[in-house]
Ligand binder design. Structure first.
Ligand SMILES: NC(=O)c1ccc[n+]([C@@H]2O[C@H](COP(=O)([O-])OP(=O)(O)OC[C@H]3O[C@@H](n4cnc5c(N)ncnc54)[C@H](O)[C@@H]3O)[C@@H](O)[C@H]2O)c1
Length: 367
C-alpha cells in the first residue's frame, strides 16, 4: 500500500519562535486575534513591539468555543474595519485560531450569514476572498495550527459547523512552548487530552496510514508520560516543550486522517451537557479502544505498539491514566444514563467523524 501525507503548513517549533512574527510579516498589515487574558499576560504588548505600525487591528475578546452569536459581530466588524489587512495572526488556543480561520474567509457581501449559509450546505465552496493566516498556539492541544478545520458552534440551535477550505490551512504555524507557560492546570489537562484523543483517533481511523501512524504513536507515548507530570509541575519548561511537541505531532497525524468516533461523541457531550472539549473527546477513549480492537489486523498492530497485546490491560491503563488526571470515564459520571448513552453512541457512529472509525458498536469490550 502506498501512504500519502499532505500538510502545506510552514511549521516552526521551538522556544522563542514567536519572535519570527516580525520577519514573517514584513511589508504587510496585520490583524491580531487573541484570548482575553493575553493583554494582562503582556502578550498583546509583546506582539505590538514585534510588529510596530504593521499591527492595524486587535481582537482580544475571543471566548472559548467560538459561537455563531459572537462570531457574527466579530466577523462583520472585522471586515468593515480591517477588511484591507493582509494577514491575520491568531495567538491563542483552538478558540482563537478557529475564530481567525472563520474571519479570513471573506463573503461576497461581507456578511457572516452568507458564510453560515455556505457552511450549512456541508459542501466545499470557493470564497470570494481569503486572507493569509499565521497561527501561534498558546495551548498544547487542538493542533488547529496545522489543520484546515475550524469548529464553529451554535449553542442556541445545538449544532456545530465545520469550516474546511484549502485556504483555511494556516500559511505558517509558530509553536512556541514559552506561550504555554501560563496555561492553568485544568486547561493544561483538558487540552493535553484533546491531543491524546487526536492521536488515538488518527490510528483507529479508515484514513490512517504508516505516515500518520508515525506521528500518532510518538504523540501518544509522550502524552502518557508527560501529562501526569506536567499537571503537578506547570512551571517546567521541559515538560511544557514536550507537550507542545506532542500536541503538534498529534495535530499532524489527524491533519491527514480527521478524527473519529470519540470526537463524534464529544460534540453532543459539549453541546448538550456542557463538558469541555478536551474532556468530552477523551473520557470515552477506553471504551472506543475496545470497539476498535480486533477490527483490522494492521490497526491492531499499531495500537499494540503502544499498549501491548492485552486489551483488558490496555483499557485499564488508559482508564487509570485518565483517573490520575481526575477525569471520570463513564457516561453516568456526566449525567448520561445507559439508554441515553446508547442513543448517543448510535448517532455518533453515523455522524461524519463517526464514519471514519474502523470499529463497530457491537465489538466486544472488556469491563
Ligand atoms: N480546528 C481544529 O482542528 C480543532 C481541533 C480541536 C479542537 N478545536 C476547537 O478548539 C477549541 C478549544 O481550544 P482549546 O482547547 O485550545 O481552548 P481555548 O482556546 O478555548 O482556551 C481555553 C481557555 O484557556 C485560556 N488560555 C488560552 N491560552 C492561554 C494561556 N497561554 N495562558 C492562560 N490562559 C490561556 C483561554 O482564554 C480560555 O479561557 C474548541 O472550540 C474546539 O472545538 C479545533
Amino acid at each position: 500500500m502506498i501512504s500519502r501525507f499532505y500538510n502545506p503548513v510552514d511549521t516552526r517549533f521551538g522556544w522563542g519562535s514567536l519572535e519570527q512574527l516580525g520577519s514573517l510579516t514584513e511589508q504587510q498589515t496585520v490583524a491580531l486575534v487573541t484570548f482575553p487574558e493575553a493583554r494582562a499576560l503582556g502578550l498583546v504588548e509583546r506582539i505590538q513591539a514585534l510588529l510596530g505600525e504593521r499591527l492595524v487591528y486587535v481582537i482580544e475578546d475571543v471566548q472559548p468555543n467560538p459561537d455563531v452569536a459572537e462570531l457574527r459581530r466579530t466577523y462583520e466588524r472585522f471586515w468593515q474595519q480591517a477588511g484591507s489587512c493582509d494577514t491575520v495572526i491568531a495567538v491563542g488556543g483552538g478558540s482563537a485560531i478557529d475564530t481567525a480561520k472563520a474571519l479570513i474567509v471573506g463573503t461576497e457581501g461581507g456578511s457572516f450569514d452568507e458564510l453560515l449559509a455556505l457552511l450549512a450546505t456541508g459542501k466545499p465552496f470557493v470564497p470570494a476572498r481569503c486572507k493569509r493566516l499565521i497561527a501561534a498556539p498558546t495551548t498544547a492541544g487542538t493542533g488547529s495550527e496545522v489543520t484546515p478545520w475550524a469548529t464553529i458552534w451554535d449553542t442556541e440551535q445545538q449544532k456545530k459547523y465545520s469550516l474546511h477550505l484549502e485556504c483555511t490551512w494556516p500559511s505558517v504555524a509558530l509553536i512556541d512552548p514559552q506561550l504555554m507557560m501560563t496555561v492553568p492546570a485544568s486547561v493544561t489537562v483538558s487540552t493535553g487530552l484533546d491531543a491524546l484523543s487526536h492521536a488515538l483517533e488518527a490510528i483507529w481511523n479508515r484514513n490512517a496510514n504508516a505516515l500518520s501512524d508515525t506521528f500518532a504513536i510518538s504523540a501518544i507515548e509522550d502524552i502518557l508520560e508527560c501529562l501526569p507530570q506536567l499537571q503537578h509541575n506547570l512551571g517546567s519548561r521541559e515538560l511544557r516543550s514536550r507537550m507542545a511537541l506532542a500536541a503538534l505531532k498529534a495535530g499532524m497525524a489527524f491533519s491527514n486522517t480527521k478524527t473519529a468516533l470519540a470526537h463524534s461523541i464529544s460534540y453532543e457531550m459539549t453541546l448538550r451537557h456542557g463538558v469541555p472539549h478536551g474532556i468530552a473527546c477523551s473520557f470515552t477513549l477506553p471504551l472506543v479502544l475496545g470497539l476498535a480492537w480486533g477490527q483490522d489486523a494492521e490497526r491492531d498492530r499499531t495500537l499494540q505498539r503502544v499498549f501491548g497485546s492485552d486489551l483488558a490491560r490496555a483499557q485499564a491503563r488508559l482508564r487509570a491514566f485518565l483517573h490520575s488526571l481526575s477525569v471520570k470515564t463513564e457516561f453516568a459520571d456526566y449525567g448520561v444514563n445507559a439508554e441515553q448513552a446508547q442513543t448517543l453512541l448510535d448517532a455518533a457512529s453515523k455522524g461524519a467523524r463517526g464514519q471514519n472509525f474502523i470499529g463497530s458498536l457491537t465489538a466486544p469490550t472488556v469491563p
